[in-house]
Design a binder for this molecule. Structure first.
Ligand code: F6R
Length: 605
C-alpha cells in the first residue's frame, strides 16, 4: 500500500528517503518516486520498477538536496505508470505525495481546469497539488490548511514548495502520518518503521492535524486550527531490516516462526487475569453482556474462530462482522457490548473506520487485538492485547493469524473465568495446553516434506474446495484465502455440511477437495461428507488428526496430524494449509511475498 517519507535536514537526505522507501517496500506497491528541492525548484525521479531502480536513477542523476519527499504508490486512481507515480508536481513549483483517496476529485479537477491548471496524470492526487498551489501566497502551511478544507475523503500528504527550501508540510485525515524528531533535522512518514535508523522519537499525528517541519522544529495545529502539543514517544523497537536467513521467502520464514511467536504471545501469568488487557479490563469485562468483533480478511477469520470459543467457553453472545460491511449498514448498537477490533497492522482503514463508527453509535467499551503497539487502533481503543508475532513481511498473514488466535483464546478463557464458567482444573488445563502449543506446532511443521509432495499436484489445478466444520470452518476459509492470494488458484471454502446444498455440483476428479479433519464431536458427520465427495469421483486431500483413523485409500490422500488438540486445534490445523498454499505458489512460480494487486497494510478504503 502507499507509503510516505519526508525529510528536512542539513545534509543530503536522498539516502534517508530511499532507505525509508525500502523499509516500506514489503507492504506492496507498483511505482515509487522521490523529489528533492534544488536551486531551480523540485527535481524528481520516478519508477514503475522497484525502489532499487529508483536508487540507481538518483545515483546516476547525482540527486542532492536537504529537503525532500518520497513515495511508494499502490494504484487506486490511474494505472501504475510513471505519469501517475508520486511525487506529483504543480507548475514545477510544488511537489506532493499522497496516501488515501479523494472522493470529490472530479469536481475539484473541473474547478482547477477553469483556473488554467493542466492535468497530466489520472490520479486523484493531482487535484491536491494544484489546489494547494492555487491558494499559495508565500506560506505553504497556510495554503495546505486552506486547501484541505475543500477535500472529501482520506489522505495523508507531504508537500514542499520551491520558495520555502527548508520546509515540508504534512497533513492527515483518515490515513496515518508520523513525525520523526531529530537534532537539527526532522522527518515525516506514513509509518515510524520507515524512519528507523534516523530517529527513535516520534509524534503520531491525530486526525485533522497539519504539521510544518523545519530544521529547528515542528509546528502542529489540530483540525480547528489550534496549536497542538502532541506526546513525543520513544519507539526503539524498529531495529534493522529483517533478514531472510535460510528461508526462500519471508512467508516461509514466518510460518516457521510461529512456535516462537506464540511463545512470546502467551501471557506469563499462572492464571487468566483481565489485567493483561489493560488496567480497567476487570471493570469493563464485568459490565459487558456481549461482544462485537470487527475485522477484515485473515483477521476476520480469527474473529470467526473466536466466536466458537467465546460462546462455548465464556457463554457470551458474540457477533463477528466484516468491518467494511459493518461501517455502512444500519445496526442496532448495544452499549453493553465490547467492540473488539482485530488487526495485524492496526492501521487497516476499514477496521479503523468501523471502530470509529461503533464508537459514534455509543459503544464505549473497545478492545484491540493487534501486532503493532503504536498503531492507530491501539491508540483509539480503551483496552488492548498485543500479539508478539514480530514484523510480518509476507503479504499473506501467517504468524499474525495464529498469535491472534492465541490472544482471542486467552480472552475467551478470561471472560469464562470472570463469568463463573471456568473451574480451577479447566484453567490449569487450558494454560498447560497453551504452553505446550509451540512444541505441538513444531511437530506439524515437520510435515512439510509430505505437503510439498501434494503441492506439486495442486500447482497443476485451477480450482480447489476447502471443507471444515464447526471451529474448523474458519480454518478452511483461511486455507482457501491463503491458496488463492498467493498461488492465484481459485479456492472456495464451505462448511462440509453445506456441500450437498450446491457446491457438490463442482466436484469432479479435476477439483481437489482439501478437508480439515480434527477428531472432534463432528468427526462422524465429516466422514459422511468425505464419502459424499468420494462417491462423485472427487479427489480428497485430508489433514486428519492421528486419532481419527482416516487412512489413505483410492481418491483419499491423508496427512496425519498429531492427536486431537482440543479447543486449540484450529491453531495447529491452519499451519499445513499455510504450507500447502506456500509450496503450491512456489511450484507455480508466483511472487509469494508480494502477490499481484495486494498490499500488506490496507490503508485505503
Ligand atoms: C491475508 C491478509 C489480509 C489481512 C487483512 C487485514 O493473508 O493478510 O486479508 O488479514 O488485510 O489486515 P490487518 O490484520 O492488518 O487489519
Amino acid at each position: 500500500m502507499c507509503g510516505i517519507v519526508g525529510a528536512v535536514a542539513q545534509r543530503n537526505i536522498v539516502s534517508v528517503l530511499i532507505e525509508g522507501l525500502r523499509r516500506l517496500e514489503y507492504r506492496g506497491y507498483d511505482s515509487c518516486g522521490v523529489a528533492v528541492l534544488g536551486e531551480n525548484g523540485p527535481r524528481r525521479a520516478r519508477s514503475v520498477a522497484r525502489v532499487a531502480d529508483l536508487d540507481e536513477q538518483v545515483h546516476e542523476g547525482h540527486f542532492d538536496g536537504i529537503t525532500g519527499i518520497a513515495h511508494t504508490r499502490w494504484a487506486t486512481h490511474g494505472a501504475p505508470v510513471t505519469d501517475n507515480a508520486h511525487p506529483i508536481f504543480s507548475k514545477d513549483a510544488l511537489a506532493l505525495v499522497h496516501n488515501g483517496i479523494i472522493e470529490n476529485y472530479e469536481t475539484l479537477r473541473e474547478m482547477l481546469r477553469g483556473k488554467g491548471y493542466e492535468f497530466v496524470s489520472q490520479t486523484d492526487t493531482e487535484v491536491i497539488a494544484h489546489l494547494i498551489h492555487s491558494v499559495y501566497r508565500g506560506d505553504l502551511f497556510a495554503a495546505v490548511r486552506e486547501a484541505i478544507a475543500q477535500l472529501h475523503g482520506a489522505y495523508a500528504i507531504a508537500v514542499l514548495h520551491k520558495d520555502q527550501p527548508h520546509t515540508v508540510v504534512g497533513a492527515r485525515q483518515g490515513s496515518p502520518l508520523v513525525v520523526g524528531l531529530g537534532n537539527g533535522e526532522n522527518f515525516l512518514a506514513s509509518d515510524a518503521l520507515a524512519l528507523a535508523g534516523s530517529t527513535e522519537r516520534f509524534i503520531f499525528l491525530e486526525e485533522g492535524d497539519v504539521c510544518e517541519l523545519s530544521l529547528d522544529g515542528v509546528r502542529i495545529v489540530d483540525r480547528d486550527g489550534n496549536e497542538a502539543q502532541r506526546e513525543v514517544r520513544q519507539v526503539a523497537a524498529y531495529g534493522g531490516a529483517v533478514e531472510l536467513g535460510p528461508y526462500r521467502h519471508f512467508m516461509q520464514k514466518e510460518i516457521f516462526e510461529q512456535p516462537r511467536a506464540i511463545t512470546d504471545t502467551i501471557p506469563q501469568a499462572d492464571s487468566f487475569d483481565p489485567s493483561i488487557f489493560g488496567e480497567d479490563a476487570g471493570k469493563v469485562f464485568a459490565e459487558i453482556d456481549s461482544l462485537l468483533i470487527l475485522a477484515c480478511g485473515t483477521s476476520y477469520y480469527s474473529g470467526l474462530t473466536a466466536k466458537y470459543w467465546l460462546e462455548s467457553i465464556a457463554k457470551i453472545p458474540t457477533q463477528v462482522e466484516i468491518a467494511s460491511e459493518y461501517r455502512y449498514r444500519e445496526s442496532v448498537p448495544n452499549p453493553k457490548s465490547l467492540v473488539v477490533v482485530i488487526s495485524q497492522s492496526g492501521e487497516t482503514a476499514d477496521t479503523l473506520a468501523a471502530l470509529k463508527h461503533a464508537q459514534s453509535l455509543g459503544h464505549k467499551h473497545t478492545l484491540a487485538v493487534c501486532n503493532v503497539g503504536t498503531s492507530a487502533m491501539v491508540r483509539q481503543t480503551e483496552l488492548s492485547f498485543l500479539t508478539h508475532a514480530g514484523r510480518e513481511i509476507g503479504v499473506a498473514s501467517t504468524k499474525a493469524f495464529t498469535t491472534q488466535l492465541v490472544a482471542l483464546f486467552v480472552l475467551a478463557a478470561t471472560l469464562a473465568k470472570l463469568r463463573g464458567h471456568l473451574s480451577d482444573e479447566q484453567e490449569a488445563g487450558y494454560l498447560k495446553q497453551l504452553r505446550h502449543l509451540p512444541a505441538a506446532l513444531n511437530s506439524v511443521l515437520a510435515l512439510e516434506p509430505q505437503i510439498i509432495a501434494w503441492s506439486e499436484e495442486f500447482s497443476r489445478k485451477e480450482h480447489a474446495l476447502f471443507l471444515g466444520r464447526g471451529l474448523h470452518y474458519p480454518i478452511a476459509l483461511e486455507g482457501a484465502l491463503k491458496l488463492k492470494e498467493i498461488s492465484y488458484i481459485h479456492a472456495e471454502a464451505y462448511p462440509a455440511g453445506e456441500l450437498k446444498h450446491g457446491p457438490l455440483a463442482l466436484v469432479t476428479e479435476a477439483m481437489p477437495v482439501v478437508t480439515v479433519a480434527p477428531n472432534d464431536a463432528l468427526l462422524e458427520k465429516l466422514k459422511s461428507n468425505i464419502q459424499e465427495v468420494r462417491a462423485r469421483g472427487g479427489e480428497l486431500y485430508v489433514f486428519a488428526d492421528a486419532d481419527t483413523k482416516i487412512v489413505n485409500d483410492e481418491g483419499l490422500h491423508v496427512i496425519r496430524m498429531p492427536e486431537h488438540y482440543g479447543l486449540l486445534s484450529p491453531i495447529l490445523h491452519v499451519v499445513p494449509l499455510q504450507l500447502l498454499a506456500y509450496h503450491t505458489a512456489c511450484a507455480r512460480g508466483t511472487d509469494v511475498d508480494k502477490p499481484r494487486n495486494l498490499a500488506k497494510s490496507v490503508t485505503v478504503e
